[in-house]
Design a protein around this ligand. Structure first.
Ligand code: HEM
Ligand SMILES: *[C@@H]1O[C@H](CO)[C@@H](O)[C@H](O)[C@H]1NC(C)=O
Ligand SMILES: *[C@@H]1O[C@H](CO)[C@@H](O)[C@H](O)[C@H]1NC(C)=O
Length: 330
């Protein structure tokens, strides 16, 4: 029953009912599923177009790959992968961009605008959703910074939200000061498990973070390499310099397993990163250890967790809309 829409689903249900009384195998709830070939008819070149704009943006500034990956995460964790993070403030709502976890840190909106403009032009109309753009741009970024073996197939067919709620972004995104149990419940509340938490946190193998997000850790945490803390303190004073950035791992433009290796050495940048490895023999410790030493498994499993995250509450069928401009509703 892969990839059928709700009409087909009801049809199959009814037909099966009259053909055979054995009905138990037919699902009674119809949720349209995402599919990898969603734009095959409507815009066969969509994925290539997105990829070429992402590639250009990363060539201009390698960090952009990290920023695009994070945008998809921050989209999916707030009422599902519905492009809501892209909405500017409007008369009828205040968007998510100024919520605590996003303010002064989410970036990449101009690149999304470029992608959307290229798609609207080359697909001869408004066909590809902003939510799908984020999912594809995240995958392309990972692949461009990690190489072809970090690739995975993205599922498509999401539609775009027609509203955004600032406080939902405050409530639903995990914070860098979270303890392990808070991180796990945050992920579980989105249908993700411990393994997804470890793998997706591996997204921190690329990108930068502002001093304000790790200051408490480098001055007050005990589960941190002292030399690592001291070197970060130089760029992140106890007072001021909130916007100064530091690399999240030591190879910020390479999608690799250095992030996990750093955790083994107590060199996680965020308190939340180091919570995943505390040398206490926990399942979490074992997973970090495993991925630090198994780049091959990380490559494959990261993609699977990204697909899972990309499946969080998508709008499908006739729900939502395809936004003409990712920053505002039609
Ligand atoms: C597990 C809970 C997570 C927490 C607490 C967290 C927290 C943060 C924080 C505080 C920053 C820096 C923001 C700033 O400078 O203000 C950051 C950056 C980043 N995060 Fe996370 N994050 C988490 C999970 C994830 C996930 C699941 C992904 C993607 C799969 C991700 C990808 C990124 C990337 C790529 C950056 C760097 C962005 C850039 O350089 O523009 N994070 N994260
Ligand atoms: C940090 O940067 C933002 C713009 O990204 C600016 O509005 C804010 O005032 C800056 N904060 C400090 C403490 O410099
Ligand atoms: C470190 O902890 C002390 C005592 O709890 C607190 O007063 C101080 O503000 C903390 N420093 C940072 C940078 O968080």
């Amino acid at each position: 029953m892969a990839a059928i829409n709700c009409h087909q689903c009801i049809y199959v249900f009814v037909t099966t009912f009259f053909v055979a009384a054995a009905i138990v195998l037919v699902p009674t709830t119809c949720t349209a599923q995402l599919t990898s070939d969603f734009y095959k008819q409507s815009c066969p070149q969509a994925l290539q177009i997105i990829r070429s704009v992402v590639k250009r943006a990363i060539n201009r500034e390698a960090r952009m790959g990290a920023s695009l990956l994070r945008l998809h995460f921050h989209d999916c964790f707030v009422n599902g992968c519905d492009g809501s993070i892209l909405l500017d403030d409007a008369d009828s709502f205040t968007g998510e961009k100024t919520a605590g976890p996003n303010l002064n840190s989410v970036r990449g909106f101009d690149v999304v605008d470029d992608i959307k403009a290229a798609l609207n032009r080359d697909c001869h109309g408004n066909v590809v959703s902003c939510a799908d753009i984020l999912a594809v741009a995240a995958r392309d970024s990972v692949e461009i910074l990690g190489g072809p073996s970090y690739s995975y197939e993205v599922l498509l067919g999401r539609r775009d939200a027609t509203t955004a709620v600032l406080n939902d972004a405050n409530r639903n995104l995990p914070a860098p000061f979270f303890a392990f149990s808070q991180l796990l419940s945050s992920f579980q509340s989105h249908g993700l498990d411990l393994q997804d938490l470890i793998l997706l946190s591996g997204g921190h193998t690329i990108g930068l973070a502002r001093c304000t997000t790790f200051r408490a850790r480098i001055y007050n945490d005990t589960n941190i390499d002292p030399e690592f803390a001291a070197s970060l303190q130089k760029g992140c004073p106890a007072n001021g310099g909130d916007n100064n950035t530091a690399p999240i791992d030591s190879t910020t433009t390479h999608f690799d397993t250095v992030y996990f290796k750093s955790l083994l050495q107590k060199k996680g940048l965020f308190h939340s990163d180091q919570e995943l490895f505390k040398s206490d023999g926990s399942d979490s410790d074992n997973l970090v250890q495993h991925y630090a030493n198994s780049p091959q498994d990380f490559k494959v499993d990261f993609g699977a967790s990204m697909v899972k995250m990309g499946n969080i509450k998508p709008l499908t069928g006739s729900d939502g809309e395809i936004r003409l401009n990712c920053r505002k509703i039609n």
